[in-house]
Write a protein that binds this ligand. Structure first.
Ligand SMILES: NC(=O)c1ccc[n+]([C@@H]2O[C@H](COP(=O)([O-])OP(=O)(O)OC[C@H]3O[C@@H](n4cnc5c(N)ncnc54)[C@H](OP(=O)(O)O)[C@@H]3O)[C@@H](O)[C@H]2O)c1
Length: 266
């Protein structure tokens, strides 16, 4: 029997960074499975990628914040006979403001999307990659992963989870022929992300990069053996300075530069 063509599955593909990642893979001829809640946006993207690149693009509209969401995505792929040889866990969101005022539902939703769904998607798709001795899992984390960010405490904690899990997984599966790595961008130009978070981007005191820096970092990660990839020199410098500064100062500065701290007293 002819082996099924492989697909790259991208979560959070309806907009922003995930959409840019999907378009980049499409441009290099990879078949895609696009996952997010916004079916219409996914279908529009799929249609344009199919017509531009002649690849196979499937749409799987699913809420990854719901228990069972990742399982339904896996079931969809299994039923369609799709072989997923690349998984990009990109779906995620942030909320800015005092932790004690975050609505319970929002807290749960962020934990589900940013952490539980990412872990479950990886748990579901990784075993077959290991069996085939071929595949990659790319987790989109954040520079916020490297310290608590006051005003974005929950978000930064979810991204620390992503980096921690990725590092452990890398060690567990080394030699299996499968790679897992995390991309940790600083602030990326995307009003949808800031609006969803309630983040006033005018308060951000560090450079805001174009989404293409994330693509370039991901491409670097695909060919290098790095487990954690930071897109820009500035990102690497920010993390490097943590080695010489007192931890409390690192955390305070992170909140200050992110422009998230002032919200705490609002
Ligand atoms: N923008 C930045 O400054 C920045 C910096 C560092 C890291 N990141 C990370 O990069 C990733 C993408 O962010 P972005 O800037 O591209 O944000 P975005 O434009 O708001 O995109 C977020 C994506 O996640 C999907 N998503 C959100 N909730 C979902 C749910 N319950 N179920 C399924 N899909 C869901 C959204 O699709 P639907 O709404 O259609 O479901 C959308 O496709 C996130 O993990 C984010 O934490 C962003």
């Amino acid at each position: 029997m002819k082996p099924a063509a492989c697909h790259t599955l991208v979560t959070g593909a309806s907009m922003g960074i995930g959409k840019a990642i999907a378009a980049d893979f499409a441009a290099s001829g990879e078949n895609l499975v696009l996952v997010a809640r916004s079916r219409t946006l996914l279908e529009e993207l799929a249609a344009s990628l199919v017509s531009e690149y002649g690849i196979d693009v499937r749409v799987c509209s699913e809420d990854l914040g719901e228990p069972g969401g990742p399982g339904r995505v896996f079931e969809y792929c299994s039923k369609q006979g799709l072989v997923i040889d690349r998984l990009v866990n990109c779906a995620g969101f942030s909320v800015v403001g005092s932790f004690v005022r975050i609505p319970r539902a929002e807290l749960h939703q962020m934990a589900m999307v940013n952490m539980v769904a990412l872990a479950e998607m990886t748990r579901l798709f990784l075993p077959a990659m290991i069996d085939r001795r071929k595949g990659t899992v790319v987790n989109i984390a954040s520079l916020a992963a490297f310290q608590g960010v006051p005003g974005m405490g929950l978000y930064s904690a979810t991204k620390s989870f992503v980096v921690t899990l990725t590092e452990a997984l890398d060690a567990e599966i080394r030699g299996s022929g499968v790679r897992v790595f995390a991309v940790c961008p600083g602030f990326i130009d995307n009003d949808q992300f800031y609006n969803r978070a309630g983040h006033d981007r005018k308060r951000i005191l560090v450079p805001i990069s174009e989404p293409r820096v994330v693509i370039k970092a991901m491409r670097r990660g695909l060919i290098s053996g790095s487990v954690v990839v930071m897109p820009t020199l500035f990102d690497r410098l920010m993390v490097f300075t943590q080695r010489v500064l007192p931890r409390r100062l690192v955390v305070m500065l992170a909140g200050y530069f992110a422009g998230a701290g002032e919200k705490l007293s609002s």
